[in-house]
Design a protein around this ligand. Structure first.
Ligand code: PGA
Ligand code: ZN
Length: 409
């Protein structure tokens, strides 16, 4: 497909920070794509180019936008591309290991816009277009892993672990959405009663951020909401510890000023797993603490627990293959902007699946109204997605896109 015209611009993400939008046209139609932005980012992620000037507190994307409008555009318009040839060309044009020249935020905006434009031009839904690229025979709606209590760098409380999620298992996305919404509102009532009305303000991903300090307090609140809302048979629990953020000089600060070793932390997780219906733990250890990951995997081998690598893997095929070989985890958190092109994101998922891992597609804490990841999760047939709480437009648009897709397939 040929691109006739394109323009990039700065738009805002859900935290009010600049991010990159790419608008792309051919003779048939036009589309837009916006990239999200993380806050608890892995240090091995592809580079998100920021201007580092005084405007927007150093968060400007003028340079990334310029890279699209001045460098990428003249190299790609009026030529015939497929997704893979375009993405490979963009990787070569950048010509760095971590996309630091053009910026992963610039490259991904172009890659996503091209996917959307190509799909539209073929009169296809985006998920059908992406399905063809994956070569998958089957597609399916994912289970939403719904982050209802926020801590870590996403919230203004002293809870070290970042995300406490409810995981429904009803037969349809619509039913799962109902269960999540009802439980979310019950949780709100419980938190308001216990901690007062200021405690129901929400964190970056729409979950509540009550003034609690321990994982157990968060899990007890979740259990109460699950039981009160009468969804105990339909809900399980997942956590994203984002442990790189509380790893300091070889120790883990699991509560304010309380440090433990990796082994103690592993035993603590096992205690939690025994007490609560936890099915999945993401980033239980720091991104380069391979030994801790491996020992934990050995210990929980017999239990049916999903151990997901986010900062550990950064959606990067090389890190995924290394982690598989060293037996560090059994699940991939897939964030397209960690790697920078649609093609590489799909390759990362395939490489995880080849190792019999699960794949969970994920939003970022700084999101936008773009719903690309929903179509990606459906196309990958990976059955899991993280889209935050059923609250705030940048999260609900993902629920709503998936509700619409469910009607289509
Ligand atoms: P981030 O957090 O988008 O701030 O990196 C999400 C996550 O850790 O899964
Ligand atoms: Zn994470």
């Amino acid at each position: 497909m040929k691109i006739n015209e394109m323009i990039a611009r700065m738009v805002l993400d859900s935290r009010g920070n600049p991010t990159v939008e790419c608008e792309m046209h051919n003779s048939y139609t036009g589309v837009r794509a916006i990239v999200p932005s993380g806050k608890s980012t892995g240090k091995h992620e592809a580079v998100e180019l920021r201007d580092k000037k005084s405007s927007f507190n150093g968060m400007g994307v003028e340079k990334a936008v310029k890279n699209i409008n001045k460098i990428i555009k003249k190299n790609i318009i009026n030529k015939d591309w497929e997704q893979e040839t375009l993405d490979n060309f963009l990787i070569k044009l950048d010509n760095t290991e971590n996309k630091s020249r053009l910026g992963a935020n610039a490259i991904l905006a172009v890659s996503m816009a091209f996917a959307r434009l190509n799909a539209m031009s073929k009169n296809d839904e985006l998920f059908f277009y992406l399905q063809k690229i994956t070569g998958n025979k089957k597609i399916s709606l994912p289970i939403p892993f719904c982050n209802v209590i926020n801590g870590g760098v996403h919230a203004g409380n002293d809870l070290m672990m970042q995300e406490f999620m409810i995981v429904p298992k009803a037969g349809s996305f619509k039913e799962n959405t109902r269960i999540i919404s009802e439980t979310y509102h019950e949780l709100k009532r419980i938190i308001r009663k216990k901690y007062g009305k200021n405690a129901v303000n929400v964190g970056d991903e729409g979950g509540f951020a009550p003034p609690i300090e321990t994982a157990e307090e968060a899990l007890d609140l979740l259990m109460k909401a699950i039981i009160n809302s009468k969804h105990k048979s339909q809900l399980r629990i997942a956590m994203d510890c984002a442990a790189s953020d509380f790893y300091k000089k070889g120790k883990y600060e699991i509560e304010k000023n309380s440090y433990v070793s990796a082994e103690e932390l592993g035993n603590y997780y096992i205690k939690l797993i025994k007490k609560y219906p936890i099915v999945s733990i993401e980033d239980p250890f720091a991104e380069d603490d391979f030994e801790a990951w491996n020992k934990f995997m050995e210990k929980i081998n017999k239990r049916n627990i999903q151990v997901v690598g986010d900062d550990l893997l950064v959606s990067n095929k090389k890190r995924i293959e290394e982690a598989a070989e060293k037996k560090l985890c059994n699940g991939l958190l897939l964030k397209p902007n960690q790697i920078g092109t649609v093609t590489e994101a799909i390759e990362a998922a395939k490489s995880a699946m080849k190792n019999n891992w699960n794949v969970m597609v994920s939003h970022r804490s700084g999101e936008t109204e773009d719903t690309f990841i929903c179509d990606l999760a459906v196309a990958l047939n990976c059955k899991q997605i993280k889209i935050g709480a059923p609250c705030r437009g940048e999260r609900t648009c993902k629920f709503n896109r998936l509700l619409r897709i469910e009607e289509l397939i």
